[in-house]
Design a protein around this ligand. Structure first.
Ligand code: GLC
Length: 544
């Protein structure tokens, strides 16, 4: 497959909120002009794709996932011209841009819904899902279980119920209606034509409803996606579709189709198991989930992540595992939200630099494309006293000055307060200070990303998990053509030794990738490695 059309396999993606990144006009929230000014920072970090959270007109009751106009920019974030300028500047720096396509629902403020609810006879009525009772689709679970009691909401205007899988102000579109499918293709076309490189398909499992099913992952939903992909391929080859399907591996893999649906999908079940493995100091949770992950078509790729703009979802774990993770990672009960934990990476790792590095080391070396969440590269903290998921969406911390260098506005005017506690506050944790010394987390992240990007093995290679007796050590081999990389991680807080069976690579010499040191050559004998607490190595295996 052409390298140009499978660019996402070699990508390191950076997820960011336009509102939270940089406020150039001093009104208390970021905008496209501000983001454009910070593109050099992102290029310098070494990422090569940006995923932008929703930036469309919206009442912002779900941070923009409640869209009231799909083909425009929220006035607080700028204009379409600002967006085009941003896109050009990103492309000029070799940064691809992935935007959000929220297919499942609109805001209740969207003109389509206003029309649809205006009367039962309105021609747009059938764009949404209506019912006279709440008895339909009883088997569908409630996703925002902390806020919603039902997936049906009463519409007093037309005196009937409408269907919604998320907040009640987000009515679900009716994908049985061909006009809806056509309208969403037009939305997609609008942004692809403008030059965006890919789209994250928000909440895709829920597009279609059928009686007596969970209303998730239905064949009809896959048909909708396949048809969008076919149309995208025809007019805009090489554009990425990235599925957000918080499901078990087999069900997520269905979103790849036979290579004719989405090229990428997030690996939701792997994420919590990485946290679990480091807490249990045992590789088993990761190894097991990788073993139960089906092979995927050649052109497809998993999207890997540690944290994102939502809570750390614990939907794809067993009840027992969920209890364990909640007990270990959310001792402060305020940190719980729905089924998950609303914290950033650094606080989850108790600020332990070694564990933060280890988690990022896994993220960057496991098979798939890594997705970083803004602020985590400097170890930003969170604020669990803000409502919903807002505590992991606070302003980016650029320096130790006024409003963390994010905005010149009065602090009261900021869309969210900056983090200012003594541990994670902007005076201590910010880009400027971390740029100034070579041992900062930011410097470390840059180097790790650079190593990852120095080879295609991480993004495209096969993976073989090794089986040393010591379960606290997780070792695997990535291989692409002649290139081989050995990754060995100590998941424990104590130093460990492990003997690896590397006989197959006898005669090769491991070269440690961050410093270039040669390790003893591999022989017939078990290969002994010792690792400090949470330490990990990436080795190039070379025949000298
Ligand atoms: C996705 C988004 C989340 C949003 C939800 C409803 O899960 O990641 O932030 O609230 O969809 O659109």
């Amino acid at each position: 497959m052409a390298e140009e059309t499978s660019w996402y396999k070699d990508a390191v993606i950076y997820e960011l909120s336009v509102r939270g990144f940089y406020d150039a006009d001093g009104d208390g929230g970021g905008e496209f002009r501000g983001l454009t000014l910070k593109l050099d920072y992102l290029a310098e970090l070494g990422v090569n794709a940006l995923w932008l959270l929703p930036f469309y007109p919206s009442p912002l009751r779900d941070d923009g996932y409640d869209i009231s106009d799909y083909t425009n920019i929220h006035p607080a974030y700028g204009t379409l011209d600002d967006f085009k300028m941003f896109l050009d500047e990103a492309h000029r720096r070799g940064l691809r841009v992935i935007t959000e396509l929220v297919l499942n629902h609109t805001s209740e403020q969207h003109p389509w819904f206003l029309e649809a609810r205006s009367s039962r006879q309105n021609p747009r009525r059938d764009w949404y899902v209506w019912s006279d009772t709440t008895d339909r689709y009883k088997r569908a679970r409630i996703i925002f279980s902390d806020t919603e009691l039902s997936n049906w909401a009463w519409d007093p205007v037309s005196e009937s119920y409408y269907w919604h899988r998320f907040f009640s102000h987000q009515p679900d579109l009716n994908y049985d209606n061909p006009a809806v499918r056509e309208a969403m293709w037009e939305v997609m076309r609008f942004w692809l034509e403008m030059g965006v490189d890919g789209m994250r398909l928000d909440a895709v499992p829920y597009l279609v409803e059928r009686e007596s099913t969970s209303c998730e992952n239905l064949p009809e939903t896959h048909d909708v996606l396949k048809s969008l992909r076919a149309r995208a391929d025809r007019s805009f080859p090489g554009k990425l579709l990235l599925a957000e399907a918080n499901q078990w591996p087999r069900d997520v893999a269905a979103y790849f189709g036979a290579g004719d649906e989405c090229q990428m999908a997030f690996h939701f079940p792997l994420m919590p198991r990485m946290f679990m493995a480091v807490r249990l100091e045992d590789r088993k949770p990761i190894v097991e989930i990788l073993q139960s992950t089906p092979a995927i078509p050649d052109s497809c790729q998993w999207g890997l992540f540690l944290r994102n703009h939502d809570e750390l979802t614990l939907e794809m774990v067993t009840d027992e595992e969920r209890d364990y993770l909640r007990d270990e990672f959310a001792r402060e009960r305020r940190a719980l939200l729905n089924l998950g934990i609303r914290r950033r990476l650094a606080p989850l790792m108790e600020g332990d630099r070694r564990r933060i590095e280890l988690m990022n080391g896994l993220l960057l070396s496991l098979p798939g494309t890594p997705i970083l969440y803004y602020g985590d590269e400097i170890g930003m903290g969170d604020n669990i006293y803000l409502g919903d998921r807002n505590g992991v969406r606070t302003p980016m911390q650029w320096n130790g000055g006024w409003n963390a260098g994010f905005s010149a506005a009065d602090p009261e005017r900021l869309y969210a307060p900056v983090i200012s506690n003594p541990v994670y506050g902007y005076q201590a944790i910010n880009v400027d200070s971390q740029r100034r010394y070579s041992h900062s987390l930011l410097s470390w992240m840059k180097q790790a990303i650079r190593i990852r990007q120095s080879t295609r093995v991480f993004g495209r290679g096969s993976m073989e998990v090794l089986d040393p007796l010591n379960h606290r050590v997780f070792a695997f081999l990535r291989e692409l053509g002649e290139e081989k990389i050995l990754v060995v991680s100590n998941l424990a807080s104590q130093a460990q030794a492990a003997e690896l069976d590397l006989r197959r690579w006898k005669g090769s010499v491991p070269i440690e990738m961050s410093g270039g040191s040669l390790f003893p050559p591999i022989t017939e004998r078990p290969y002994l490695l010792t690792l400090g607490p949470y330490q990990f190595y990436w080795f190039n295996l070379r025949r000298l």
